[in-house]
Ligand binder design. Structure first.
Ligand SMILES: Cc1ncc(COP(=O)(O)O)c(C=O)c1O
Length: 369
């Protein structure tokens, strides 16, 4: 898919940046937020974006202002940061095991307001009940596996966990799944979306048979979000769509000109033949690499060139034939393979509009496990 890499476009960078740094284009971000919200509104499905991608209170507020029902997080630490910023409707889409110190953290969160968490085991149910006061229990969604094979019970078994949770005094709101097997490649996306819909339908029937109501059927992954926004799905939790990345472009979920985040880097060496070196390596770009892409990020300004090798602080870019060798000091935008770990590597992102810096956002939930 080399030709797709050549079609990826970045936005204009301000000049004279202190690189490497992470830069977000506000107009592209807002367009991504608006596009997903409009699609969910049209489908009659609630949107609850996963904030593990942006890790940012500012972005969480933007999605809520655009019409999202609430937000998703992966950890109690992320939930605490958002809760302290007056964001109330939070779902921890993770099988929270509230034992040991986590029990106290969960209690503290519940003292501040309601919280929904994931559960996929009897042990998880028992720990949630033991950890919390009957007057302030979390609401739960039972996680079901739709084919990713990571967490979640088989859809037909969701009724047993839901019944146990309800009998133990927890409020069961429904079921959730994550179509993570969509990341296997572009050919896997449509099937994974169907799997999510089918799994949630089977799980809903299992809850009904067990005498538990199931108003929430929550699906979630950026590649499958549009295709699985149909009955009986009531909610979607994509997160990576906010910024986009090269993997999403190859999976067909983000258009070549919709990338809202880049790593800005400077050419620091042209001393070796065959490549130039950027000051962005693995500590700025991370090392995630799906089988369907080559290298560790794309440089649109250099003809779609890839970073062939990333050392901690060096990124080697092999120039495609016919590309003019950029002189030392040239600043370029790199579209990273996977945006989530990139955000997790930096303390703040630079926010730009029309090539000018308009803000700086702290990566608020970084390190909040
Ligand atoms: C449980 C859960 N929900 C939602 C998401 C968001 O999916 P994506 O990163 O494809 O937007 C993830 C991502 O890992 C997840 O694990």
């Amino acid at each position: 898919m080399a030709d797709l890499d050549q079609r990826l476009t970045a936005f204009d960078l301000p000049s004279g940046l202190d690189t490497p740094c992470v830069v977000v284009d506000l107009d592209r971000l807002d367009a991504n937020i608006a596009r997903m919200q409009a699609a969910m509104d049209a489908a009659g499905v609630a949107l609850r974006p996963h904030t593990k991608t942006c890790k940012s209170v500012a972005v969480a507020r933007r999605v809520l202002e655009a019409g999202a029902q609430g937000v998703t997080v992966a950890t109690l630490g992320e939930a605490a940061v958002l809760r302290n910023s007056s964001i109330d409707d939070i779902f921890v889409a993770y099988p929270v095991l509230a034992t040991g110190p986590k029990a106290a953290r969960l209690r503290h969160l519940l003292d501040q307001g309601p919280l929904t968490v994931g559960v996929d085991s009897g042990e998880g149910v028992a720990a949630l009940v033991a950890a919390t006061d009957p007057r302030r229990r979390p609401t739960v969604l039972v996680e079901v596996d739709c084919g990713e094979g990571r967490t979640g019970v088989a859809p037909g078994e969701a009724g047993d966990i839901a019944r146990a949770a309800q009998d133990a005094g927890l409020t069961v709101a429904g079921v959730f799944t994550h179509g993570g097997h969509s990341y296997a490649g572009p050919d896997a996306v449509a099937g994974a979306a169907d799997d999510e819909v089918r799994a949630l339908d089977t799980a809903r029937a299992a809850l009904t048979a067990a005498g538990v109501e199931c108003p929430v059927r929550s699906a979630g992954s950026t590649p499958t979000a549009l295709a699985s926004a149909r009955p009986p799905v009531t909610e979607q939790r994509p997160g990576t769509y906010l910024y986009g990345d090269r993997h999403q472009a190859h999976l067909g979920s983000v258009a070549p000109d919709q990338h809202a985040l880049v790593v800005a880097a400077t050419v620091v060496s042209t001393a070796q033949p065959g490549h130039v070196v950027l000051d962005a390596g693995a500590k700025a770009l991370a090392k995630d690499k799906a089988a369907y892409v080559a290298g560790h990020g794309v440089v649109p300004a250099l003809g779609g060139a890839h970073l062939t090798t990333v050392h901690d602080h060096h990124g080697q870019v092999a120039l495609p034939d016919g590309t003019t060798r950029p002189p030392v000091g040239t600043q370029v935008a790199v579209i990273p393979n996977h945006v989530c770990p990139v955000v997790n590597l930096t303390d703040e992102v630079l926010v730009v509009r029309n090539g000018a810096v308009v803000d700086r956002w702290t990566v608020d939930t970084r390190g909040r496990m």
